[in-house]
Ligand binder design. Sequence first.
Ligand SMILES: Cc1cc2nc3c(=O)[nH]c(=O)nc-3n(C[C@H](O)[C@H](O)[C@H](O)COP(=O)(O)O)c2cc1C
Length: 175
Amino acid sequence: MKNILILSASPRKNGNSDILCHQFMKGAEDAGNQVELISLYDKNIGFCRACYVCFKTGKCVLKDDMAEILDKIQAADVLVVATPTYFLTMNGKLKNTIDRFLPKWQNLGGHDVYIIITGHDCREGLKLAGDELTTIFSYLGNEIKGVIWGERVWQKGEVTSTKAMDEAYQAGVNA
Ligand SMILES: Cc1cc2nc3c(=O)[nH]c(=O)nc-3n(C[C@H](O)[C@H](O)[C@H](O)COP(=O)(O)O)c2cc1C
């Protein structure tokens, strides 16, 4: 049994990213794993202030939900990161969350990572977001096990009629 953490960055509950996260979750649970899904918009995550106090203390000066999220990332065997594409890249909530990795950035490796990207564009239009997240999480010392592309989806729920549904479920089963 693996401990799987899903970080979902979309503000839209039951939106396309959220739906693919639940598909992954269902597959992973059906395979006997323990899964937690965190919707980042439900969390209070301030902006990094670049004070670098964390370089001395190992802790962020901001007292918000990020410390708990970092603990959960470290405890996870498998990490799933999902974002809608906003202006060709990950959305701001996810980028802000990643900036807040700073206190522990050298100790966030060793995970299997899956990336979920959604957007109204075709694969080429979502590529930058996928490439950036692949680069960032590889740089942190993780292995990218798969990218699930929810392409050509815009309105909430459109993803349900695409092959990304099965891909997300299967990725969860195989995680
Ligand atoms: C501010 C904003 C910018 C967007 N920019 C893009 C974009 O550059 N490329 C794209 O394919 N879709 C873009 N979209 C569409 C969303 O990525 C798409 O609707 C996606 O399915 C939303 O995911 P969600 O349902 O999980 O919220 C944008 C949406 C918003 C709100």
